[in-house]
Ligand binder design. Sequence first.
Ligand SMILES: Nc1nc2c(ncn2[C@@H]2O[C@H](COP(=O)(O)OP(=O)(O)OP(=O)(O)O)[C@@H](O)[C@H]2O)c(=O)[nH]1
Ligand SMILES: [Mg+2]
Length: 391
Amino acid sequence: MSLQNTPRGERLHIAVYGKRNSGKSTLINAITGQEIAITSPVAGTTADPVYQAMEVHPIGPCVFIDTAGFDDEGDLGKLRVAKTVETLSRADVAILVCAEDDLTQESAWLETLRARKIPTVVAVNQKGEDLSAKVEQELKLKPVVVNAKERIGTDELLRAICALLPEEFGAMSLTAHLVEKNDVVLLVMPQDKGAPKGRLILPQVQTIRDLLDHFCITVCTTLETLPQALGALKHPPKAVICDSQVFPEVERQTPKESILTSFSVLFARYKGDLSAFRRGADAIDRLKESDRVLIAESCTHKSQEEDIGRVKIPRLLRKKVGEGLTVDVVSGADFKKNLTDYALIIHCGGCMVNRAFVLSRIREAEAAGVPITNYGIAIAKLTGILDKIQD
Ligand SMILES: Nc1nc2c(ncn2[C@@H]2O[C@H](COP(=O)(O)OP(=O)(O)OP(=O)(O)O)[C@@H](O)[C@H]2O)c(=O)[nH]1
Ligand SMILES: [Mg+2]
């Protein structure tokens, strides 16, 4: 990811679904005005989902997800369809491309999209005869007619997507519920061995940006210089936001007048469902040594010496519950397997993924009847400070 670009997790994810050869990839090229996706008359040209970040008017920063046709067949085809199904968990909105007059599979797919509450625009790709009346009758949605090859109808399609977006989309803020213009906010950001060289991690960067957007005076410090930072301020800060790993030390030093919270709590609220995560954290009190806990990372990354998910949280859990506790770690798409084997799922903060993805993970855990929380909330619980953190 380039530091010049909007993080992928902040972009609207638009997934394009349809049968093989319906023109999904051609449509993405038409929208961008570039030949980025490979297209061909051979059915099954797009195999794995392709994520393409771009800026399009009037949507702004977004990611188009090009998928394999949902009608793919054979052993390999089934694997491709499974990959297409996986993309549903990341889709904020969908484009359903119809290009031939048997709409049975399109209807079934539309049902799936509805069940997942993914707002959908139906596009009729005008490859031959005009299908719009039939599509409208059978799918009960007024389609947008496009001709992907000639790049006709894409503006209307993008406007239709905008019209589907919930009003609050893009308007969510990390800190607006806590601060007002001119407030002084103190950020305590340890830069330990795990911190990347020469830059700040995404949650810190995004929090600073959000505070600046709300005209707050943002003061950054590490734990070592926290007393000096507090001493340099004329009044106690409106809020202190810290990394959850140093929460106990920061809590002891925070003036009573100041709100105290952590980056992970702000992100649990912004990117997930804080009350579900708080409920999930309560399951930590009920854990037994014979239980299994699943640590779920949303993306694969190189494990670090003091990795939060693989080292720090398992250590804290075993200290509380017993050394025999089983802790498994999964990355990325491996999540779904055997959720019911677990007494608790602890998910990463999801800094690289979008809100739709984290919410879909919460739904999957709830459907399996397994409590779910995230790294920051689990650490806060395990260090006995969760009750002291302001939402
Ligand atoms: N005439 C006409 N041909 C089109 C149109 N859209 C796509 N095609 C052609 O249809 C073929 C399939 O287009 P793709 O964009 O590769 O279709 P796809 O849905 O991505 O197909 P898979 O990747 O195989 O699932 C290509 O030869 C395109 O040039 C259109 O609007 N009109
Ligand atoms: Mg394709």
